[in-house]
Design a protein around this ligand. Structure first.
Ligand code: GTP
Ligand code: MG
Length: 157
């Protein structure tokens, strides 16, 4: 089976042959998504420490997003799959800056960027693409009701 369009054509054909109309809406939605330029966002939203970053790492097949036992993700973090590796920080004031891969945790991790003191709006990570995730952009989010990391640092009161 070739491109997604061919796959959808084949599904439509099978549905038509068997008189199945219940999938029409889903097939049309898929066609609209496939026809869109750019990637489809796959966002993970949930309570802090629910395992959001771990899930995306697992889907990406690499431990790129920081995970941990105390609150970690402080800033919305995009993970794109491209040929080159890079990290871009977009700031709340509209500036943007490319940083070294090793600096990423200084923005993403709540312990190193408490209460988003660095004023980052988002971090965009690009890594070489495992074939299965081409066309998707992962969106990792801070858990709602994220407590201050200071409150959960081991040894703190
Ligand atoms: N046992 C178990 N532990 C997990 C699983 N997924 C994640 N963890 C652990 O749970 C902790 C939290 O995982 P994270 O992926 O950082 O969770 P998160 O939802 O991104 O957390 P925040 O960014 O702080 O909101 C880490 O210590 C992980 O190793 C799982 O499926 N099973
Ligand atoms: Mg996280």
């Amino acid at each position: 089976m070739g491109a997604p369009e061919e796959l959808l054509d084949r599904v439509s054909e099978i549905c038509r042959d068997f008189g199945i109309t219940s999938l029409d809406a889903q097939i049309e939605s898929c066609r609209a998504l496939v026809g869109r330029k750019g990637s489809i966002d796959l966002s993970v939203i949930g309570r802090f420490k629910a395992g959001k970053s771990s899930l995306l790492n697992s889907l990406a097949g690499t431990d790129v997003l920081p995970v941990g036992v105390i609150p970690v993700t402080a800033v919305v973090t995009y993970l794109r799959f491209t040929e080159a590796r890079s990290v871009l920080v977009r700031f709340l004031d509209g500036r943007e800056r490319e940083i070294e891969f090793g600096e990423m945790a200084d923005y993403v991790c709540a312990t190193r960027n408490p209460e988003n003191a660095r004023r980052a709006a988002a971090v965009e990570i690009s890594i070489p693409s495992p074939k299965e995730v081409v066309g998707l952009r992962f969106v990792d989010t801070p858990g709602p009701a994220h407590p201050s990391p200071r409150g959960l640092t081991p040894g703190s009161s």
